[in-house]
Every structure is written in structure tokens, then in C-alpha cells.
Design a protein around this ligand. Structure first.
Ligand code: NAP
Ligand code: MG
Length: 401
């Protein structure tokens, strides 16, 4: 069988621990036999980040800007224990944070649904994609703890030196205080990414904030979304038969639970952090959740939503068999290959990505799956829990058939 040819390299970001092992196995079993893989390889594994003083992470993000599509393996975000374990010269920053800061953009997370594993919420029949604004708000806050009575004020000094000032609160005793910000530029690019993505996947877009209480801050988000929608997307949405819908965050939460799914839910940074964990848990498992970062200038970085699965890796190092779920990592590759195929006009590559996803889902639906899913299985015949490699081999057999 002739292998599918690629014209532009994918930016390949390798990672750490159990997912690094899966990464190599996925390439060997599911990609290289079928595709003449063309990648520009960056090793974001912690030892290489240490050796290059994290330059490799920056280089990989720059390469993503150059080529437009990247696929990333899960990576360790060092903490004190990792500094010790890997003898690090510094507590290197989260690679995802570094990449996001360079690419900017919005993170879209969507569950992989299979028959036989049903969401906790009975009426969710289609996936719900969370679009998380990945900039500012409480993640870039300034905090302060007044130790006793005093007046807290919000002061803004304009570039020309003029000041505006308003009282936040007159403290009569100790308390807490916080300042947050966002920028029109970032909110604008968030809005474009959401509207563009909705058109890409032809799904309705929901957006919610607390604009009734936050009459300036949250209201600014609402106004920017609406202005951009009216000016640039309304006609395109009408043509695609999809809707943009704004509501209050508490109303959104209630509607999401009662819905049947099948839409994109755009969330401010904190809401997206919290709601994506709720949605992914309700859909079954983090191992069945895909994630893509879409930048305002149209770059895409695909990854799994879970981490490096450290606990399984330590078992693997001891020579024990592991049953780690590779689905989200497979879908990161299929997502990246499909996008590359679309951008370069290679239908065979797009078709391969579709077939890879279908084969992976079909294997699970046939009752063969990793351990994490076996416990959730409600299919007719009992689940057959297999190790990671046997699971990949079962997918390969289907792809070949
Ligand atoms: P994790 O790697 O997501 O794993 C947490 C637990 O979830 C695992 O121990 C496992 O449960 C289960 N799990 C996650 N993915 C699974 C899979 N594919 N198959 C089967 N089970 C799976 O999170 P963590 O242990 O908190 O973090 C480990 C490392 O990953 C940390 O160094 C962290 O910095 C990094 N991390 C990276 C990213 C990223 O690169 N995007 C994201 C999050 C965390 P059981 O042990 O019960 O089987
Ligand atoms: Mg979180």
C-alpha cells in the first residue's frame, strides 16, 4: 500500500513520562505504516528543556507560527519535587503557558463520545465543546490583604498623567482585596477564535458572563462579542444555519445541563477552567477529552487534555504492564493531520484522519478498551480491558482491514 505524502511539516512537540511512551507507540503502530510522516521535531521532554534552558519550548512555538499546525504530547510542569527529581537548574515554567503566551488564543476542549459509555447527564447526546479564554482576569491578578482599617481605592494613571480614582471599600478591619484586568485586544481575538471555530465545525456558539453584576468588566466582553458578531459573522452564521446566543452565566449553566449538547460554550478564563473539568468529568474521562489551541492569526496546536500520567509511568518503569488510554493523544494527531490536509489540499490525509478516529472509536465500541474505560462500560457484552499496546494494535488491525 502506498503511504500518504505530506507537503508541509507538522510541528511535533514530544513530551514526558507515560505519554512520551504512548507517543512513540502511536507513531509506530498507527501513523508511520500509513503516512509518510513529515514533522519538524521538538523535544519538550523535561531533560531537553533543562539542557536548552527552555529555549526548545520557545523554538517550538515559533515553528508553530511558521508552519501553522502543531501536535503536542503532555509535558511535566515542574514543581519543587520535580526540580529535585530531574536535578533542574530552575523551576521551568509550564510549556503550555509559554506556548500560549507566544501564540495567544483560545483553548477548545471537546469530549470523544463512544456508544457504551454514556455521559452522567442522561440527555447529553452530542459533545459539548468548551472554549476557554486563556488570558488575564484572576490568572493575572494583583492581591492584597489589608491588615486593619483603611480605604481601598481603584486608581488609574493615564499615559498623559491624568488620574481617575474611585473608592472600592472603606475597611473597618482586616480583609482581602484584588485587582484584575483584561484587554480589548485579547477579548477581540477570543471572540474571533470562537466565531471562526463555530463556523469550522458548524455548531451553535453560546457565550455567558455575569454582566448584570459586573456592569463594566463582564459587560465589555458581551459588547465586544456582539459588535464583532453583528459586523462580521451574522451573515456567515445564517448561511451555515448556526446561531450565536448570549445569556447570563447562571442561566447558561442550567441550560447546558438540560441540553442535548452539540454546541460550543465560550467561557471567560475562570469559568472555562472550572466548567471544562465539570463537563469532561460528566462526559466520562479526561482521557477522552481533546484540546486545541487556536490563535487569532490562524495557528493550531493540538494536544490531549490530560497530563503525563505519572502514576502509570512509575509502574511502567518497574516493568509492570500499564493500561493507559491513548485516545486523546491519537485524536491530537488526527486533528493535526486533518488540519494539515485541509490547509495543504491533501484529501487523502483528511480521509486518513477520519478513518483513524473511526477505527479508534470502533475498537472501544466493540468492547475492547483500556482499564479506565472498562469501569464505565455499559455495553451488552462485558468489556475486555487490554494494555495500551494491545489497544493500539487492535486499532491498527481495523485500519488495515
Ligand atoms: P494526569 O497525568 O492527567 O493523571 C491523573 C490521573 O488521571 C492518573 O493518575 C490516572 O488515574 C488518570 N489519567 C489521566 N490520563 C489518563 C489516561 N490517558 N489513561 C488512563 N488514566 C488517565 O495528571 P497529574 O497526575 O496531576 O499530572 C502528571 C503530570 O502531568 C504533572 O507533572 C503535570 O504537570 C503534568 N500535566 C501536564 C499537562 C499538559 O501537558 N497539558 C496537563 C496536566 C498535567 P489513575 O492513576 O487512577 O489510573
Ligand atoms: Mg483547571
Amino acid at each position: 500500500m502506498e503511504k500518504i505524502k505530506m507537503t508541509t511539516p507538522l510541528v511535533e512537540m514530544d513530551g514526558d513520562e507515560m505519554t512520551r511512551i504512548l507517543w512513540a507507540d502511536i507513531k509506530k503502530e498507527l501513523l508511520e505504516p500509513f503516512v509518510d510522516l513529515k514533522t519538524e521535531y521538538y523535544d519538550l521532554g523535561l531533560p531537553e528543556r533543562e539542557r536548552t534552558h527552555d529555549q526548545v519550548t520557545v523554538d517550538s512555538a515559533q515553528a508553530t507560527k511558521k508552519y501553522g499546525v502543531a501536535v503536542k504530547c503532555a509535558t511535566i510542569t515542574p514543581n519543587a519535587q520535580r526540580v529535585e527529581e530531574y536535578k533542574l537548574s530552575q523551576m521551568w515554567k509550564s510549556p503550555n503557558g509559554t506556548i500560549r503566551a507566544i501564540l495567544d488564543g483560545t483553548v477548545f476542549r471537546a469530549p470523544i463520545m463512544v456508544k457504551g459509555i454514556s455521559p452522567v447527564v442522561k440527555n447529553w447526546r452530542k459533545p459539548i465543546t468548551i472554549a476557554r479564554h486563556a488570558y488575564g482576569d484572576v490568572y493575572k491578578n494583583s492581591e492584597f490583604q489589608p491588615k486593619g482599617p483603611g480605604k481601598a481605592e481603584l486608581v488609574f494613571t493615564a499615559a498623559d498623567g491624568t488620574q481617575s480614582r474611585q473608592t472600592i471599600f472603606e475597611f473597618t478591619g482586616p480583609g482581602v482585596l484584588q485587582g484584575q484586568y483584561n484587554t480589548d485586544a485579547s477579548i477581540t481575538s477570543f471572540a474571533h477564535a470562537c466565531f471562526q471555530y463555530a463556523l469550522d465545525v458548524k455548531q451553535d456558539l453560546w457565550f455567558a458572563t455575569k454582566d448584570t453584576i459586573s456592569k463594566q468588566y463582564d459587560h465589555r466582553f458581551k459588547d465586544i462579542f456582539q459588535a464583532i458578531f453583528d459586523a462580521e459573522y451574522k451573515e456567515k452564521f445564517d448561511k451555515a444555519g448556526i446561531e450565536y446566543f448570549y445569556t447570563l452565566i447562571d442561566d447558561a449553566v442550567a441550560r447546558v445541563i438540560r441540553s442535548e449538547g452539540g454546541f460550543i460554550w465560550a467561557c471567560k478564563n475562570y469559568d472555562g477552567d472550572v466548567m471544562s473539568d465539570m463537563v469532561s468529568t460528566a462526559f466520562g474521562s479526561l482521557a477522552m477529552m481533546t484540546s486545541v489551541l487556536v490563535s487569532p492569526d490562524g495557528n493550531y496546536e493540538y494536544e490531549a487534555a490530560h497530563g503525563t500520567v505519572t502514576r502509570h509511568y512509575y509502574k511502567y518503569l518497574k516493568g509492570e504492564e500499564t493500561s493507559t488510554n491513548p485516545m486523546a493523544t491519537i485524536f491530537a494527531w488526527s486533528g493535526a493531520l486533518r488540519k494539515r490536509g485541509e490547509l495543504d489540499g491533501i484529501p487523502a490525509l483528511v480521509d486518513f484522519a477520519d478513518r483513524l478516529e473511526k477505527a479508534s472509536i470502533a475498537v472501544i465500541e466493540s468492547g475492547v478498551m483500556t482499564k479506565d474505560l472498562a469501569g464505565l462500560w455499559e455495553g451488552e457484552s462485558p468489556a475486555q480491558a487490554v494494555n495500551s499496546l494491545d489497544f493500539l494494535k487492535a486499532i491498527r488491525a481495523r485500519l488495515e482491514a
